[in-house]
Design a protein around this ligand. Structure first.
Ligand code: SAM
Length: 339
């Protein structure tokens, strides 16, 4: 298990947020846990990312590459693609992407670049030896035809204890990813280890030891939460994890009054002590605790679990029953009370 200091330095939380991208705290922590655990267990192999964009997830994966392992990132970058749907994705979502910008970002964190391939994702099986990988991150095109090929490529590339992570497996803007991934489960022997809000983690090896260990980690770590869910004949893990919030510095001691001609009035509101439940300024890049905290544990800012639950219930009720203008006002009041 990581301690908090190691976790923050390994995952370069604030610095990683200087790179634009779609790689959120739950998955950053799950990637780190999976990649570190593979190494702890002696699982050795190459790492591949299909779709790196500006390098947000690649930088973190790069933290875990071991001697003798290769890391290959593949992206179209500013290159051409052959089909119109994929070309439209590029224009709509990644118009300013260049390989140069990826490289500049990556080199801010690592002394050298991974192997970079500028091409469509289907060529990956010609660039990395079959069966040589321990980790493949599939995050390139979101169209069914492409992702179905990426599922096959991951199967070809992964070794026995290899793990594949699929991005956007359940988003409304890309049903083709969901179709290709669940087709992998139903028709291609893919075994799901677990799901987060944005990614699905799976293997063609034995999933059960990974599920058990993942759930154990999520349960033991105070900044994580997990449960088992059943889908088809598989008992998979639902996972959430977040970053511990940095403590604000303690308040400077107030100067002692020298002489008081008249008795001083007690302040209307006492200054809050660190850890008292009142939230201080967030660390740069920290996620809002409500978004990332889970129901059964204390909030990421140390807010007692019961308070978090009560606030959640009030918010839901307000949203369901009150006109938007009133519920917004109520939410503002709740936020002010927490400050
Ligand atoms: C969602 S972004 C990747 C996000 C990145 N992994 C991160 O964490 O920030 C998808 C990337 O896939 C690339 N891409 C789209 N279609 C592709 C294809 N057919 N082959 C390879 N890369 C593709 C895009 O250029 C884009 O950079």
């Amino acid at each position: 298990m990581h301690d908090d200091a190691a976790l923050l330095s390994a995952q370069v939380q604030a610095e990683l947020d200087t790179i634009k991208g779609w790689f959120f705290p739950s998955d950053r922590r799950i990637f780190s846990w999976l990649l570190a655990r593979q190494t702890e267990l002696g699982v050795h192999g190459n790492l591949v990312e299909l779709g790196s964009y500006l390098g947000k997830s690649a930088v973190l994966i790069g933290d875990y590459v071991q001697p003798g392992e290769t890391f290959t990132v593949l992206d179209l970058f500013e290159g051409e693609t052959s089909d119109a749907g994929n070309a439209a994705e590029q224009v709509d979502s990644y118009a300013t992407l260049t390989e140069q910008r990826f490289a500049e970002n990556y080199l801010r964190f690592h002394p050298q670049l991974p192997t970079v391939v500028r091409d469509v994702s289907s060529v990956i099986v010609d660039r990395v030896p079959a069966g040589s990988c321990r980790f493949v991150h599939v995050n390139a095109s979101h169209l069914y035809d492409h992702v179905a090929v990426d599922v096959d490529s991951a199967r070809t590339l992964l070794g026995e204890q290899g793990i594949v992570a699929f991005d956007d497996y359940r988003s409304e803007h890309c049903p083709g990813v969901a179709a290709a991934v669940w087709e992998g489960v139903l028709d291609k022997g893919l075994q799901v280890i677990g799901v987060s809000e944005n990614k699905l983690y799976a293997t063609w090896g034995d999933p059960e030891p990974w599920r058990t260990a993942l759930l154990e980690w999520l349960t033991d770590d105070q900044n994580a939460w997990g449960q088992r869910l059943a889908v088809y004949d598989q008992s998979i893990v639902r996972a959430k994890a977040w970053f511990p919030r940095a403590m604000p510095p303690p308040p400077a001691p107030a100067p002692r009054p020298v002489a008081a001609p008249t008795p001083a009035k007690a302040p209307a509101v006492a200054p809050s002590a660190p850890g008292s439940g009142a939230s201080g300024p967030s660390a740069p890049g920290a996620r809002r605790p409500v978004a990332e905290s889970a129901p059964a544990k204390a909030g990421a800012a140390g807010q007692p679990a019961e308070d978090v639950r009560r606030e959640g219930r009030v918010k839901h009720l307000a949203k369901d029953l009150l006109p938007p203008v009133v519920s917004r006002h109520l939410a503002r009041g709740l936020r002010a009370r927490r400050r």
